[in-house]
Design a binder for this molecule. Structure first.
Ligand code: ATP
Ligand code: MG
Length: 272
Protein backbone atom coordinates (compact mmCIF):
# COMPACT_ATOMS: atom_id res chain seq x y z
CA UNK A 1 0.00 0.00 0.00
CA UNK A 2 1.28 3.47 -0.87
CA UNK A 3 0.61 6.11 1.76
CA UNK A 4 -0.59 9.54 0.68
CA UNK A 5 1.94 11.55 2.68
CA UNK A 6 0.28 14.95 2.24
CA UNK A 7 -2.55 14.03 4.61
CA UNK A 8 -0.59 11.90 6.98
CA UNK A 9 -0.14 12.74 10.65
CA UNK A 10 3.32 11.66 11.66
CA UNK A 11 4.03 11.00 15.34
CA UNK A 12 5.55 14.18 16.70
CA UNK A 13 7.87 12.43 19.13
CA UNK A 14 10.56 10.12 17.95
CA UNK A 15 9.41 6.55 18.41
CA UNK A 16 11.01 4.51 21.17
CA UNK A 17 11.53 1.72 18.66
CA UNK A 18 15.01 1.64 17.13
CA UNK A 19 15.35 2.65 13.50
CA UNK A 20 14.79 -0.52 11.59
CA UNK A 21 17.73 -0.39 9.26
CA UNK A 22 18.10 -3.37 6.98
CA UNK A 23 21.71 -3.60 8.04
CA UNK A 24 20.64 -5.61 11.04
CA UNK A 25 19.04 -8.23 8.87
CA UNK A 26 21.44 -8.68 5.98
CA UNK A 27 25.14 -8.59 5.33
CA UNK A 28 26.43 -5.20 4.26
CA UNK A 29 28.03 -4.92 0.84
CA UNK A 30 28.85 -1.21 0.66
CA UNK A 31 29.87 1.09 3.47
CA UNK A 32 30.24 4.85 3.10
CA UNK A 33 31.85 6.85 5.91
CA UNK A 34 32.48 10.58 6.22
CA UNK A 35 32.21 11.09 2.47
CA UNK A 36 32.80 14.74 1.58
CA UNK A 37 32.96 16.43 -1.82
CA UNK A 38 33.62 20.03 -2.80
CA UNK A 39 33.16 21.35 -6.33
CA UNK A 40 33.86 24.87 -7.50
CA UNK A 41 34.62 25.93 -3.91
CA UNK A 42 31.24 24.68 -2.67
CA UNK A 43 30.65 21.81 -0.26
CA UNK A 44 28.41 19.41 -2.16
CA UNK A 45 28.55 16.42 0.21
CA UNK A 46 29.39 16.54 3.92
CA UNK A 47 29.94 13.69 6.35
CA UNK A 48 27.82 11.32 4.29
CA UNK A 49 27.56 7.90 5.86
CA UNK A 50 25.33 4.91 5.13
CA UNK A 51 25.49 1.27 4.22
CA UNK A 52 23.86 -0.99 1.66
CA UNK A 53 22.67 -4.53 2.29
CA UNK A 54 23.68 -7.28 -0.13
CA UNK A 55 20.36 -7.08 -1.98
CA UNK A 56 17.23 -4.95 -2.21
CA UNK A 57 16.56 -1.42 -3.36
CA UNK A 58 17.77 1.65 -1.50
CA UNK A 59 15.88 4.74 -2.63
CA UNK A 60 17.59 8.10 -2.23
CA UNK A 61 15.16 10.97 -1.86
CA UNK A 62 15.62 14.66 -1.15
CA UNK A 63 15.12 18.10 -2.64
CA UNK A 64 16.77 19.29 -5.83
CA UNK A 65 20.40 20.16 -5.20
CA UNK A 66 20.66 17.88 -2.15
CA UNK A 67 23.64 16.07 -3.69
CA UNK A 68 21.94 12.83 -4.74
CA UNK A 69 23.46 12.62 -8.23
CA UNK A 70 26.84 13.75 -6.90
CA UNK A 71 26.72 10.91 -4.39
CA UNK A 72 26.09 8.34 -7.14
CA UNK A 73 28.93 9.81 -9.18
CA UNK A 74 31.31 9.37 -6.22
CA UNK A 75 30.23 5.77 -5.71
CA UNK A 76 31.08 4.71 -9.25
CA UNK A 77 34.21 6.83 -9.61
CA UNK A 78 32.92 9.42 -12.05
CA UNK A 79 33.75 11.91 -9.31
CA UNK A 80 37.10 11.15 -7.71
CA UNK A 81 37.98 14.29 -5.75
CA UNK A 82 36.16 13.25 -2.59
CA UNK A 83 37.47 12.43 0.86
CA UNK A 84 36.29 9.81 3.32
CA UNK A 85 35.84 6.11 2.85
CA UNK A 86 33.80 4.00 0.42
CA UNK A 87 34.21 0.26 0.80
CA UNK A 88 32.70 -2.56 -1.24
CA UNK A 89 32.90 -5.97 0.41
CA UNK A 90 35.44 -4.45 2.78
CA UNK A 91 37.73 -3.15 0.01
CA UNK A 92 38.45 0.55 -0.43
CA UNK A 93 37.24 1.57 -3.90
CA UNK A 94 40.29 3.82 -4.32
CA UNK A 95 42.40 0.66 -4.28
CA UNK A 96 40.13 -1.17 -6.76
CA UNK A 97 42.08 -3.60 -8.90
CA UNK A 98 42.27 -2.11 -12.39
CA UNK A 99 41.41 1.38 -11.16
CA UNK A 100 38.31 3.50 -11.71
CA UNK A 101 37.49 1.96 -15.11
CA UNK A 102 37.22 -1.48 -13.56
CA UNK A 103 35.24 -0.09 -10.64
CA UNK A 104 32.70 1.34 -13.09
CA UNK A 105 32.19 -2.12 -14.55
CA UNK A 106 31.25 -3.37 -11.08
CA UNK A 107 29.24 -0.34 -10.03
CA UNK A 108 26.93 0.47 -12.95
CA UNK A 109 25.35 3.91 -13.21
CA UNK A 110 22.20 4.53 -15.23
CA UNK A 111 21.46 8.15 -15.92
CA UNK A 112 18.09 9.86 -16.09
CA UNK A 113 18.40 10.41 -19.84
CA UNK A 114 19.04 7.12 -21.62
CA UNK A 115 22.32 7.05 -23.48
CA UNK A 116 22.13 4.56 -26.33
CA UNK A 117 24.87 4.14 -28.90
CA UNK A 118 24.26 4.58 -32.59
CA UNK A 119 24.31 0.83 -33.19
CA UNK A 120 21.92 -2.12 -33.10
CA UNK A 121 19.97 -3.16 -30.03
CA UNK A 122 22.15 -6.28 -29.81
CA UNK A 123 25.40 -4.29 -30.05
CA UNK A 124 24.21 -1.91 -27.34
CA UNK A 125 23.65 -4.78 -24.90
CA UNK A 126 27.06 -6.24 -25.78
CA UNK A 127 28.89 -2.93 -25.54
CA UNK A 128 30.71 -3.57 -22.26
CA UNK A 129 31.47 -7.22 -22.88
CA UNK A 130 34.95 -8.42 -23.59
CA UNK A 131 35.06 -10.89 -26.46
CA UNK A 132 31.42 -10.42 -27.30
CA UNK A 133 32.03 -11.71 -30.81
CA UNK A 134 31.79 -15.18 -29.37
CA UNK A 135 28.32 -15.13 -30.75
CA UNK A 136 26.74 -18.06 -28.98
CA UNK A 137 27.56 -16.79 -25.52
CA UNK A 138 26.64 -13.24 -26.53
CA UNK A 139 23.25 -14.39 -27.84
CA UNK A 140 22.43 -16.04 -24.52
CA UNK A 141 23.59 -13.01 -22.60
CA UNK A 142 21.65 -10.59 -24.80
CA UNK A 143 18.51 -12.60 -24.21
CA UNK A 144 18.85 -12.93 -20.44
CA UNK A 145 19.90 -9.29 -20.00
CA UNK A 146 16.95 -8.05 -22.05
CA UNK A 147 14.61 -10.37 -20.17
CA UNK A 148 15.89 -9.07 -16.83
CA UNK A 149 15.37 -5.53 -18.07
CA UNK A 150 11.78 -6.43 -19.10
CA UNK A 151 12.48 -5.55 -22.74
CA UNK A 152 12.97 -8.91 -24.45
CA UNK A 153 9.36 -9.44 -25.57
CA UNK A 154 9.30 -6.06 -27.29
CA UNK A 155 12.59 -6.36 -29.19
CA UNK A 156 13.29 -10.07 -29.72
CA UNK A 157 12.19 -9.85 -33.36
CA UNK A 158 14.40 -6.86 -34.16
CA UNK A 159 17.69 -7.20 -32.33
CA UNK A 160 19.60 -5.87 -35.33
CA UNK A 161 17.48 -2.72 -35.64
CA UNK A 162 19.09 0.58 -34.58
CA UNK A 163 18.68 1.20 -30.86
CA UNK A 164 17.76 4.80 -31.66
CA UNK A 165 14.45 3.55 -33.11
CA UNK A 166 13.30 2.50 -29.63
CA UNK A 167 11.00 4.68 -27.53
CA UNK A 168 12.57 6.56 -24.62
CA UNK A 169 11.11 4.07 -22.13
CA UNK A 170 12.53 1.19 -24.16
CA UNK A 171 15.90 2.94 -24.45
CA UNK A 172 16.03 3.29 -20.67
CA UNK A 173 15.40 -0.44 -20.29
CA UNK A 174 18.09 -1.07 -22.92
CA UNK A 175 20.53 0.90 -20.77
CA UNK A 176 19.58 -1.31 -17.82
CA UNK A 177 20.13 -4.42 -19.97
CA UNK A 178 23.56 -3.11 -21.04
CA UNK A 179 24.53 -2.43 -17.43
CA UNK A 180 23.45 -5.84 -16.16
CA UNK A 181 25.07 -7.73 -19.07
CA UNK A 182 28.44 -7.11 -17.43
CA UNK A 183 27.13 -8.46 -14.12
CA UNK A 184 27.69 -5.50 -11.81
CA UNK A 185 28.03 -5.90 -8.06
CA UNK A 186 25.89 -2.81 -7.49
CA UNK A 187 23.57 -0.87 -9.78
CA UNK A 188 22.99 2.86 -9.33
CA UNK A 189 20.02 4.49 -11.06
CA UNK A 190 19.56 8.25 -11.18
CA UNK A 191 15.87 9.05 -11.64
CA UNK A 192 15.48 6.16 -14.10
CA UNK A 193 11.78 6.71 -14.67
CA UNK A 194 11.54 10.49 -14.59
CA UNK A 195 9.43 11.66 -17.53
CA UNK A 196 8.46 8.14 -18.60
CA UNK A 197 4.90 6.97 -19.21
CA UNK A 198 3.21 4.90 -16.46
CA UNK A 199 3.64 1.60 -18.33
CA UNK A 200 7.39 2.09 -18.88
CA UNK A 201 7.73 3.16 -15.26
CA UNK A 202 5.95 0.02 -14.12
CA UNK A 203 8.16 -2.20 -16.29
CA UNK A 204 11.33 -0.58 -15.01
CA UNK A 205 10.19 -0.92 -11.40
CA UNK A 206 9.42 -4.61 -12.02
CA UNK A 207 12.85 -5.08 -13.51
CA UNK A 208 14.49 -3.27 -10.58
CA UNK A 209 12.67 -5.40 -8.03
CA UNK A 210 13.74 -8.55 -9.86
CA UNK A 211 17.37 -7.45 -10.10
CA UNK A 212 17.37 -6.40 -6.47
CA UNK A 213 16.85 -10.00 -5.44
CA UNK A 214 20.47 -10.65 -6.42
CA UNK A 215 22.34 -7.34 -6.04
CA UNK A 216 21.85 -4.03 -4.25
CA UNK A 217 20.26 -1.24 -6.26
CA UNK A 218 20.40 2.44 -5.38
CA UNK A 219 17.63 4.47 -6.99
CA UNK A 220 17.50 8.26 -6.79
CA UNK A 221 13.92 9.35 -7.17
CA UNK A 222 11.68 12.37 -6.67
CA UNK A 223 8.68 10.05 -6.80
CA UNK A 224 7.92 9.24 -3.16
CA UNK A 225 5.26 6.72 -4.14
CA UNK A 226 7.87 4.94 -6.20
CA UNK A 227 10.23 4.84 -3.21
CA UNK A 228 7.43 3.19 -1.23
CA UNK A 229 6.69 0.68 -3.98
CA UNK A 230 10.35 -0.28 -4.23
CA UNK A 231 10.36 -1.09 -0.50
CA UNK A 232 13.85 -1.85 0.81
CA UNK A 233 15.40 1.10 2.58
CA UNK A 234 15.30 4.84 2.03
CA UNK A 235 17.96 7.49 2.50
CA UNK A 236 16.75 11.07 2.89
CA UNK A 237 19.36 13.63 1.86
CA UNK A 238 19.31 17.35 2.20
CA UNK A 239 21.96 19.99 1.72
CA UNK A 240 24.70 17.45 1.05
CA UNK A 241 24.02 15.38 4.17
CA UNK A 242 22.20 12.17 5.00
CA UNK A 243 19.43 13.22 7.36
CA UNK A 244 17.88 9.81 7.86
CA UNK A 245 18.29 6.23 6.68
CA UNK A 246 15.68 3.62 7.52
CA UNK A 247 13.59 0.78 6.17
CA UNK A 248 11.06 2.19 3.69
CA UNK A 249 7.93 1.50 5.75
CA UNK A 250 9.61 2.97 8.82
CA UNK A 251 10.78 6.15 7.14
CA UNK A 252 7.43 6.83 5.46
CA UNK A 253 5.30 5.98 8.48
CA UNK A 254 7.48 7.04 11.39
CA UNK A 255 10.14 9.47 10.22
CA UNK A 256 12.45 10.24 13.11
CA UNK A 257 13.81 13.60 12.01
CA UNK A 258 11.81 16.79 11.75
CA UNK A 259 13.44 17.58 8.40
CA UNK A 260 12.23 14.25 7.01
CA UNK A 261 8.71 14.86 8.29
CA UNK A 262 8.59 18.28 6.68
CA UNK A 263 9.94 16.98 3.40
CA UNK A 264 7.44 14.12 3.28
CA UNK A 265 4.58 16.43 4.03
CA UNK A 266 5.46 19.49 1.98
CA UNK A 267 8.11 18.23 -0.45
CA UNK A 268 10.43 21.00 0.67
CA UNK A 269 13.18 21.09 3.22
CA UNK A 270 14.88 23.92 5.00
CA UNK A 271 18.11 22.41 6.24
CA UNK A 272 20.33 25.45 5.73
N1 ATP B 1 30.68 20.52 -11.21
C1 ATP B 1 30.05 21.26 -10.31
N2 ATP B 1 30.54 22.45 -9.89
C2 ATP B 1 29.91 23.18 -8.94
N3 ATP B 1 28.75 22.81 -8.36
C3 ATP B 1 28.22 21.64 -8.75
C4 ATP B 1 28.81 20.79 -9.72
N4 ATP B 1 28.05 19.69 -9.88
C5 ATP B 1 27.02 19.85 -9.03
N5 ATP B 1 27.11 21.00 -8.36
C6 ATP B 1 26.18 21.51 -7.35
O1 ATP B 1 26.07 20.50 -6.36
C7 ATP B 1 24.78 20.52 -5.78
C8 ATP B 1 24.24 19.10 -5.80
O2 ATP B 1 24.00 18.74 -7.16
P1 ATP B 1 23.35 17.33 -7.52
O3 ATP B 1 23.22 17.29 -9.00
O4 ATP B 1 24.14 16.28 -6.87
O5 ATP B 1 21.93 17.46 -6.81
P2 ATP B 1 20.68 16.50 -6.89
O6 ATP B 1 20.27 16.19 -5.49
O7 ATP B 1 20.98 15.36 -7.78
O8 ATP B 1 19.58 17.44 -7.54
P3 ATP B 1 18.38 17.09 -8.57
O9 ATP B 1 17.32 16.42 -7.72
O10 ATP B 1 17.94 18.42 -9.08
O11 ATP B 1 18.94 16.20 -9.64
C9 ATP B 1 23.97 21.52 -6.59
O12 ATP B 1 23.92 22.72 -5.87
C10 ATP B 1 24.76 21.68 -7.86
O13 ATP B 1 24.57 22.96 -8.42
MG1 MG C 1 20.24 14.73 -9.63
Amino acid sequence: MVVDLRHKDFPQEASAAPIESLDNQQSVVLTVEKLALSLGGKEILQQVGFSLPASGVTSVIGPSGAGKSSLLRCLNGLETGWSGSVQIDGSDIRQWRGGWDQLRRHVGLIAQKPLVFDASIRANVCFGLHGWRQRRRADELVKTSLQQAALWDEVCERLDAPATTLSVGQQQRLCIARAIAIKPKILLLDEPTASLDPRSKQLIEQSMLQLAQAIPLVCVTHDLEQAQRLKGQVIFMCDGRVIEQAASHQLFNQPQQIETREFLRWNVCDCD
